[in-house]
Design a protein around this ligand. Structure first.
Ligand code: 8DG
Length: 126
C-alpha cells in the first residue's frame, strides 16, 4: 500500500484543487495536491515539500482529517488529508494540467480520483 498525503489548501475562503496531467497516473483526474511520503519523512514535512515542488507555495499546516484507504485496480492507497492555509508564493504549476479555486459546494462537480471522494464529502463540514 502506498501512503500519500494531500492538502486541502484554503485561500481566501476557497479551496485550491489540481488536475493531474495526461502523463501522470490517473490522467486528468482531479485531486488535492500532495504525494507519496518518502522514508524518514513526517507527513507534515511531506506536505510542505510537495506543495513547494508542485505549486511553489508555502503553507501553514492546520488539521489532519480522517485517512481514506482505497484499492485501485493496480494499487492500494492510504490517502491522508491535511487542511492547510496558504501563506505565500506565486502559484507555479510544475506538474499538473491546471488548477481551480472553488467553493466547497462546487467541488463535487469535478471528475475526482476515486480515493478522494470520501475526503470531498468530509470537507463539506470544515
Ligand atoms: N497527490 C495526490 N495523489 C493522489 C490523490 N488521490 C489519489 O488517488 N492519488 C494517487 C495518485 C498517485 O498514484 C499517488 C500519488 O503519487 P504522486 O502524486 O507522487 O504521483 P506520481 O505521479 O509520482 O505517481 P507515479 O505515477 O509516479 O506512481 O496517489 C490526491 O488527492 N493527491
Amino acid at each position: 500500500m502506498i501512503e500519500v498525503v494531500c492538502a486541502i489548501i484554503k485561500i481566501n475562503g476557497k479551496i485550491l484543487v489540481t488536475q493531474r496531467s495526461e502523463k501522470m497516473s490517473l490522467p486528468l483526474k482531479w485531486e488535492f495536491p500532495g504525494g507519496k511520503i518518502e522514508s524518514e519523512e513526517t507527513e507534515v514535512d511531506c506536505i510542505r515539500r510537495e506543495l513547494k515542488e508542485e505549486l511553489n507555495i508555502d503553507v501553514d499546516v492546520q488539521e489532519r482529517l480522517d485517512p481514506v484507504v482505497y484499492s485501485y485496480p493496480d494499487f492500494k492507497i492510504k490517502l491522508i488529508p491535511y487542511v492547510v492555509k496558504y501563506i505565500s508564493g506565486n502559484i507555479i504549476l510544475n506538474e499538473h494540467a491546471q488548477y481551480k479555486l472553488l467553493n466547497i459546494s462546487e467541488l463535487l462537480i469535478l471528475d475526482w480520483a476515486e480515493a478522494d471522494i470520501p475526503i470531498v464529502n468530509q470537507i463539506k463540514t470544515i
